[in-house]
Structures are given as C-alpha cells and as structure tokens.
Design a protein around this ligand. Sequence first.
Ligand code: NDP
Length: 270
Amino acid sequence: MNYTVFGNPIAHSKSPKIHQLFAAQEHATIEYTRTLVDDNPQAFQAAVQQFFAQNGGGANVTLPFKQHAYALAQHHSPRAQAAGAVNTLISQADGTLLGDNTDGLGLVQDLTQNLQFSLKDKRILLLGAGGAARGVILPLLECQPAQFIIANRSPEKAQALAAQFHIQAQTFAELSGCFDLIINATSGSVSGSVPEVPPQIFSGCQLAYDMFYSAQPTAFMQFAAPNGAAHTSDGLGMLVGQAAASYQLWRNFAPQTAPVIAALRKELHA
Ligand code: NDP
C-alpha cells in the first residue's frame, strides 16, 4: 500500500521513517513517500487527486497545505472541523476523502502516556494561536482541565480562538499566577526565541512543553527550567503520536510510539 506526505518544503520530513518503523511493528510492507507540491491550492488539489486516483492508501498533509486539505476533503472529523485544518486524508469506499486532524491526539498521547501527565483538573496555558494551537485545543479540552487560558503575541488571534472554544484569552503581559502545564505552540523556538511572557509563570509549573523539537533542549525549555518548571519536554513525542494516530486511521493497527521516539531521538543526536 502507498502513502505519502504532501508539503513544501518536505525534504526534512521524518514521516517516511516513522511510518516505516510502524509498518515493521505490524510486519507489513508499505511505501511512504514525500511529495513536494508547488505552494498553491490548484497544485495541491491536482497532486492529491492524482495520488488517490493511483490507489493511494492515505496521506499526511503538512505546512502550508493543512487548510487547503480541509477545503478539499468532502467529509471532516469533529477534530478537523474544530481545527479548520486537516493533516490526515483517508480515502472512503465511495471515492470521497475524509479529513482528520491528529495533531491534538498526538499531543495528548505524548502528555498522558509518555510523560505520565494527567490533564484532568489541571490549569493549562497555551501559548500561540497558529495552526498547531488551533488543532490541539479541542483534544485538550476533552481531557477536562480545570482552567484553560490561551495567549498569543497578536492578541486578536487568541481572542478569536477563545471565542470559538469558550476559553479565556490573555495577553502575554497579563499572564500571572500558576499553571500546571504550559504548552508552547508558538514557532519561536524555530529561531531560538522565546515568547515574551513573565518568567514568574513558570514558578510551580509541573511541565513546560514545547511543540518544537531539536537535538538540544529548545529555547523555550531552556527558559522554563531555570524559572521554575519542574519538567520540560520538546514535541518529538507529539510528532510520533500524530503519525501513529494517522497510521491507525489508515490501517486499523495501533503502533507503539515509545520505540519510535527512541529511534528518532537517537538519530537526532547522531
Ligand atoms: P503558525 O505559523 O501557524 O503559527 C505561529 C505562531 O507562533 C503564532 O501564534 C505566532 O504569533 C507565534 N510566534 C512566532 N514567532 C513568535 C515569537 N518570536 N514570539 C512569540 N510568538 C511567536 O505555526 P504552527 O502553529 O504550524 O507551528 C507552531 C510550532 O509548533 C512550530 O514550532 C512547529 O514546528 C510546531 N509543531 C509541532 C508539531 C509536532 O508534531 N511536534 C506539529 C505542528 C507544529 P503571531 O500570531 O503573533 O504571529
């Protein structure tokens, strides 16, 4: 069976490696390729249609096409609907496409299973209001936290998400008090920068989680730990978790994520 990930750029994608490790667990043989698509909706639509016309088994979608994939899919999971973005395309028996969004599942799985962090009744702060933040709010809320605050550099984006999900928005400067979990869904760490939040908010924080991942602790992790965060984590486990959820949707097989995270971590350090 053939699978692919559509994106631009895409050469860096770890999805082929992750999905081959899942297939090995299933003792299955799959092909999983990277598909570079010109950055426009028409090119994306043509590439997706061609892939599924040639019996593609399923596809992942990454930047900058997650919203295009939402528009293209005829059916959407509630998670995709809430996110307004699709990272997983599943072919239906009638030839239509179902769009799902597994980013939030990946995050929740990493938090609750790999990091043993129970979300129920916790105070959660989500930093960022881009595509990644939007995709994880519903799955996090389904875990019944006691408090959920979103904050973003451009406050109007946080306010829009707060209105959609009935949560509270604050500006970075307004943030105060204690949070059990602080999630960095900004792309600051990509360029080594940290959102300009008051450092005191990490005091008493049980876990500071950065969706970005790298061989070394991210800029956010390096900021959170000395300011009081008891534990820090990057987002490698989320990456593998969202891939595992996609794999299960396509093949009805739930891969173990821990050995795959370990293999990728080893490769990052090589
Ligand atoms: P978007 O471009 O959609 O959103 C970027 C967000 O980061 C916006 O909220 C933006 O704020 C904010 N931002 C950017 N730079 C800064 C800064 N210097 N200080 C404060 N805020 C900043 O990106 P995504 O939502 O797609 O991705 C966000 C992060 O999540 C990336 O690091 C990405 O790698 C990671 N990610 C990880 C995944 C995983 O599986 N581990 C999956 C998906 C994403 P503003 O609105 O003000 O511009």
